[in-house]
Design a binder for this molecule. Sequence first.
Ligand SMILES: *[C@@H]1O[C@H](CO)[C@@H](O)[C@H](O)[C@H]1NC(C)=O
Ligand SMILES: *[C@@H]1O[C@H](CO)[C@@H](O)[C@H](O)[C@H]1NC(C)=O
Ligand SMILES: *[C@@H]1O[C@H](CO)[C@@H](O)[C@H](O)[C@H]1NC(C)=O
Ligand SMILES: *[C@@H]1O[C@H](CO)[C@@H](O)[C@H](O)[C@H]1NC(C)=O
Ligand SMILES: *[C@@H]1O[C@H](CO)[C@@H](O)[C@H](O)[C@H]1NC(C)=O
Ligand SMILES: *[C@@H]1O[C@H](CO)[C@@H](O)[C@H](O)[C@H]1NC(C)=O
Ligand SMILES: *[C@@H]1O[C@H](CO)[C@@H](O)[C@H](O)[C@H]1NC(C)=O
Ligand SMILES: *[C@@H]1O[C@H](CO)[C@@H](O)[C@H](O)[C@H]1NC(C)=O
Length: 477
Amino acid sequence: MKYSRLSFLVLCISLLCLVLLTQARRHHTKNKHTHHHKGSHISHPPSSSPAPEPAPEPELAPEPAEPPYNDGDPSNSSQVFDVRKFGAAGDGVTDDTDAFKMAWDTACQSDSAAVIIVPKGLSFMIQSTIFTGPCKGALVFQVDGTLMPPDGPESWPKNESRRQWLVFYRINEMSLQGGGLIDGRGEKWWDLPCKPHKGINGTTLPGPCDSPIAIRFFMSSNLTVQGLKIKNSPQFHFRFDNCQNVHIESISITAPALSPNTDGIHIENTNVVEIYNSVISNGDDCVSIGSGCHNVDIRNITCGPGHGISIGSLGNHNSRACVSNITVKDSVIKVSNNGVRIKTWQGGSGVVSGVTFSNIHMDNVRNPIIIDQFYCLSKDCTNQTSAVFVSDILYDNIKGTYDVRSPPMHFGCSDSIPCTNLTLSEVELLPATGDIVSDPFCWNAYGELQTLTIPPVSCLMEGVPRSILDNNDKGYC
Ligand SMILES: *[C@@H]1O[C@H](CO)[C@@H](O)[C@H](O)[C@H]1NC(C)=O
Ligand SMILES: *[C@@H]1O[C@H](CO)[C@@H](O)[C@H](O)[C@H]1NC(C)=O
Ligand SMILES: *[C@@H]1O[C@H](CO)[C@@H](O)[C@H](O)[C@H]1NC(C)=O
Ligand SMILES: *[C@@H]1O[C@H](CO)[C@@H](O)[C@H](O)[C@H]1NC(C)=O
Ligand SMILES: *[C@@H]1O[C@H](CO)[C@@H](O)[C@H](O)[C@H]1NC(C)=O
Ligand SMILES: *[C@@H]1O[C@H](CO)[C@@H](O)[C@H](O)[C@H]1NC(C)=O
Ligand SMILES: *[C@@H]1O[C@H](CO)[C@@H](O)[C@H](O)[C@H]1NC(C)=O
Ligand SMILES: *[C@@H]1O[C@H](CO)[C@@H](O)[C@H](O)[C@H]1NC(C)=O
């Protein structure tokens, strides 16, 4: 009795093994087949697919074997998820949102590191989407093709957010990378009648004017954005809010000089940020640094045309703003409304401190160096006594040319809370064309020159004003 039960069990197990083995074999051939099919598919892209690059290469770039994905390090293999396997068409017309969502969900649940592939040579149209974490492992979002949203407000689904397109939410450890293009198709958004001078006869009409940010990272950490080209966002190209540990490298952002509100990279409440080796030209700030940012390092970026690198605006609606330890160095700013700017509204509080602008070349920039504590977008901002305290700002080795419509240096600081410890060293600015503007502007600005400047600055006051020494509230963050 005992014996026969055991043999029955053995029989069952053998049968099970046989079934599993056959299935595994089938699965294997199926994988092989789809892989082959994919290869032939990509070398003959549908003729309706708008080519993202001028000369699409007929040859496939060597693709990682799959699975496992191997990046050269044999100990490092990742699961690979090609969006086409989830039904994405990549013809530039079909709505591929669901395929991307499925690829995301599958990759996100993958136990090992996962790579989502957006293949080269194809264009994927996807709607506003929130890619949500946390995911089980690290993710690579490898964009080698083109990603784009619906074309303009008319084609935007009525029930979808008009404030953001691609959102990455609660992600830890992700790299958005590749040689592909993210095309924001912003043209129709910039021309809405509510945008500056786009109404009838050059007016600006009232009304809701929401336009989507192309890529937003929210409440995420350990992020890398590398290699990509991003163009023509309807609004900001990138926004990072409430993030930690952000590394941006070798990206290019382009939009026309007259495209409204198309900031390149906006960060706020985000700490430990590196922005390196990138090129940004657009219609607004190249990089804008909002409240709650600390430990930001920007190196070797080329900005312009555009509005330059900006800390602020801060302190709007009497808010408290805290920004510290920001470095911008080894960079070029050309044909821009501003160079390096700190702007705050009257009535705010908090501190901007520990900012270094070093080794920056200005090329035909209006307001190359500017602190504006009277920032105001309407005509009726009233004078208020509180202000964001601006202190410990170093301008070192800032050379080049300025647009003579404004003085090359402008330090407009609050009456009640002056700026302190501004340091100028090796600042040499000459007119791009026309006559030298010999009067840098200072208002309640305290600091020192470490070297003589061109043009000479004689309006900085020495020491620390009484109001700062007496004010116990200043510097509270
Ligand atoms: C493994 O590969 C992924 C994708 O290329 C990469 O992001 C990660 O840093 C690698 N990890 C290690 C330990 O090499
Ligand atoms: C909007 O409507 C479409 C179609 O009914 C639906 O698939 C989608 O989930 C909706 N989106 C939101 C954010 O509700
Ligand atoms: C726009 O300007 C033209 C020429 O000045 C004028 O005839 C027309 O009435 C204006 N349209 C509106 C809506 O103001
Ligand atoms: C990610 O960032 C957090 C802090 O934001 C850090 O504590 C953690 O170690 C990081 N994780 C990895 C895997 O790097
Ligand atoms: C600076 O960035 C550019 C890309 O904009 C790159 O080609 C160059 O190699 C970088 N320079 C250094 C020293 O890293
Ligand atoms: C300032 O930020 C840099 C990174 O940009 C970091 O290495 C440094 O430790 C920070 N300094 C302070 C005092 O936090
Ligand atoms: C506000 O303050 C500035 C600087 O002190 C002064 O020039 C301006 O006249 C003031 N405006 C009003 C409305 O009091
Ligand atoms: C003035 O600012 C510099 C940075 O620009 C800083 O190193 C120095 O400690 C500050 N001086 C005082 C007295 O706070």
